[in-house]
Design a protein around this ligand. Structure first.
Ligand code: PMP
Length: 410
């Protein structure tokens, strides 16, 4: 085969196909939906296919179905966000909001701020745009906005390149599960104003709260079009339906729409989502799903407490993920590879860092497997950790480099 002269952004990624995961593997890696609670949408799908056949099977409008955009506006008011139809662009998921916003605002080499750690797929998407990444450390309250402010002041004083965009997951952060305080949210908006950057507020988990009080969205503190909200039905309905949205200033939304390469999103699935929103089934689904996800979380945290009491984690108040710090000296890459051989899939924490990853973190999703499988999976995983701890030849950080870069994991 001819030597392929790849574009630089493609040269080092996707060299191997995704690993084939055993059918009976315990999947605690990606944030998939719990299969038992995937909604039955057959009636809505049949209605759409018959009553809206000509709409559903044509190209859709570039910005999305007007009625769905209107319904999203209503949905957002429940969170204290004011918008109108002109602010809403329907997308095939929240990740597309990040991709299009990068196309809209960020040239090659421009800087984008993320928390450290951050959502691993966001890192892949940002890298695809050849942006440079500024990581800001997190503590138990999430992104350290004081550190961000100090960094921005330093950059300005030194004539360095200020960022154009900041990406943040403020509610039940992926991977840490932390919710950013109102004070930090307000600080982000103030800094965006002062240092002239935009904020992408990626908020797929907001409605999946197990305990504690909701904090107002960053977007609700934005008076000047600095914040673009990204939402999705992936976590509150089904990821396979591929419907999400962006909420932003029409000047930005218009450019994001113009930079879409596939035209409008699928009208069939949009119409199904619209029906489910209007009938109240999505609200009902969220009410049913939330306590189930809490039970999954409890099964996972209980299993770690029992099988690996030295593991450090914070039980999240919502969302899909548990972020676990393994005992010092344990190599999470090696654990991940060996656990995979034992039929348990987890993600090594290194995927959530843009640079210099620490070696002993793992990310687990409690969304997909039921409590019994979670207990079994964590027990097996902890046994792998124990073996690592007693393996005198194990060299932290020396495990085979994982060939995961550049893929999209959820
Ligand atoms: N953003 C974050 C932070 C996520 O964790 C996920 C799913 N894991 C998504 C977005 C989902 O994106 P999409 O709507 O494209 O499915």
């Amino acid at each position: 085969m001819a030597e392929i002269r790849f574009a630089s952004r493609a040269a080092s990624i996707g060299k191997r196909p995704p690993p084939i995961v055993a059918l009976d593997a315990i999947k605690l890696g990606g944030g998939n939906a719990f299969p038992d609670l995937l909604p039955d949408v057959s009636a809505e799908a049949a209605d759409v296919a018959t009553l809206f056949r000509t709409e559903a099977l044509q190209y859709g409008p570039l910005y999305g179905l007007p009625e769905l955009r209107q319904e999203i506006v209503r949905f957002l008011t429940e969170d204290g966000v004011t918008a109108n139809v002109d602010n809403i662009l329907i997308l095939n998921g929240a990740k597309q909001a990040l991709d299009l916003l990068l196309r809209t605002l960020v040239d090659k080499g421009d800087a984008v701020v993320v928390s450290r750690p951050t959502y691993l797929s966001a890192l892949s998407i940002i890298r695809n745009h050849e942006a440079s990444i500024i990581e800001i450390d997190s503590d138990e309250g999430g992104m350290k906005v004081d550190e961000l402010e100090a960094k921005l002041r330093r950059l300005r004083a030194e004539g360095g390149k200020l960022p154009k965009l900041l990406f943040e997951v403020p509610d039940f952060h992926n991977p840490t599960g932390i919710t950013l305080s109102e004070e930090r949210r307000r600080t982000l908006v103030r800094l965006a104003e002062e240092f002239d950057f935009f904020i992408l507020e990626d908020d797929p988990y907001r409605r999946l709260r197990f305990s504690g009080e909701a904090v107002a969205p960053i977007k609700s503190f934005d008076t000047n079009g600095r914040v673009i909200g990204a939402g999705t039905f992936s976590k509150i309905l089904a990821p396979g339906i591929r419907v999400g949205w962006a909420n932003g200033d029409p000047a930005i939304i218009g450019r994001m729409a113009a930079l879409k390469s596939e035209g409008g999103c699928c009208p069939l699935t949009q119409r199904i989502v619209l029906d489910l929103l209007r009938s109240g089934r999505i609200a009902h689904h969220i009410a049913e799903l939330t306590p189930v996800m809490k039970r999954h979380r409890d099964a996972m945290t209980d299993a770690f407490r029992l099988h690996l009491p030295e593991a450090r984690f914070r039980a999240p108040d919502g969302g899909y993920f548990l972020w676990v710090e393994l005992p010092d000296g344990v190599d999470a890459n090696a654990v991940t590879l060996e656990a995979e051989r034992d039929g348990v899939i987890v993600f090594p924490g290194q995927l959530s860092f843009a640079s210099a990853p620490p070696v002993n973190f793992i990310r687990l999703a409690f969304s997909y497997c039921g409590p019994d499988q979670i207990e079994r999976g964590v027990r097996k995983l902890c046994a792998v950790v124990r073996r690592q701890q007693t393996d005198v030849s194990a060299q932290p950080g020396q495990a085979e480099a994982l060939s995961l870069a550049g893929r999209h994991y959820d």
